[in-house]
Design a binder for this molecule. Structure first.
Ligand code: ADP
Length: 222
């Protein structure tokens, strides 16, 4: 397993623990106060672990040396698609990507993988059965953009700025999740000197557009 995949798995484990705890509680006919208390204790501890993991990931990368890897964006996109394909297939969602040329840039591939993974996972999660998710990468000499498009439920206009806040979830969000995915996306994009634009229409879909500067080939020291 490569480094980026192992990070995804590390984040998935605590989420799975929380989900199982809630499922077990929901399946009980009668729930006592003790049941609630012990479930809450496990969930609290697990959220703590997840938060530590996020801190580690983000803190580690304040160190500039960690942004010095040459990114293979196309390979990262392919990895994300491969890893999320099972989930997409369960909802009969078509996942595809297009790229005009592989950008040459620097950064941290573990974090960039996590950033795109979170966005594509949301595009699947907040989509209808039979929907579409597309990743489009376009590079020009000075910068590159990555768009994640879905034709899902959409985000109300007044909530677009809020969705990047930690733990924020739109009211109608009845899917699994704790509201940390986009906060992490924002930190990673900022760390890579990029910015994000979100365009969305209710019941039509959303696009998350990431713009990053591209390093000139000659300035990369191999
Ligand atoms: P989570 O998915 O765990 O709730 P995120 O931070 O990834 O947390 O997203 C925050 C909220 O933004 C989600 O709860 C959802 O309401 C909304 N959201 C994110 N991505 C999309 C999308 N592609 N389509 C519609 N809503 C979205």
């Amino acid at each position: 397993m490569n480094k980026s995949k192992s990070v995804a798995h590390e984040l998935k484990t605590p989420l799975a623990v929380i989900k199982t705890q809630i499922d077990v509680l929901n399946q009980q006919d009668t729930i006592t106060l003790e049941d609630y208390q012990s479930t809450l204790k496990v969930i609290e501890r697990t959220v703590g672990k997840m938060s530590d993991l996020l801190d580690t990931l983000l803190e580690t990368n304040q160190d500039k040396s960690n942004l010095n890897e040459i990114l293979n964006i196309e390979e990262i996109i392919q990895d994300v698609i491969e890893d999320l394909d099972v989930i997409a297939k369960r909802k009969n969602i078509k996942l595809s990507y297009s790229i005009n040329q592989n950008p040459i840039s620097y950064g941290n591939s573990v974090l960039m993988y996590r950033c795109l993974y979170n966005l594509v996972e949301n595009a699947i999660k907040y989509n209808q059965t039979g929907g579409k998710v597309e990743i489009q990468c376009e590079a020009c000499p000075s910068n590159y953009s990555i768009r994640i498009l879905d034709n899902g439920i959409g985000i109300p206009n007044e909530k677009i700025d809020k969705i990047f806040e930690p733990y924020y979830r739109c009211e109608k969000s009845n899917k699994d999740g704790i509201g940390l995915g986009l906060a992490m996306v924002k930190s990673i994009v900022t760390l890579h000197k990029g910015h994000i634009i979100v365009e969305s229409e209710m019941n039509q879909g959303s696009q998350f557009i990431l713009n990053f500067p591209q390093l000139k080939k000659e300035s990369i020291v191999l």
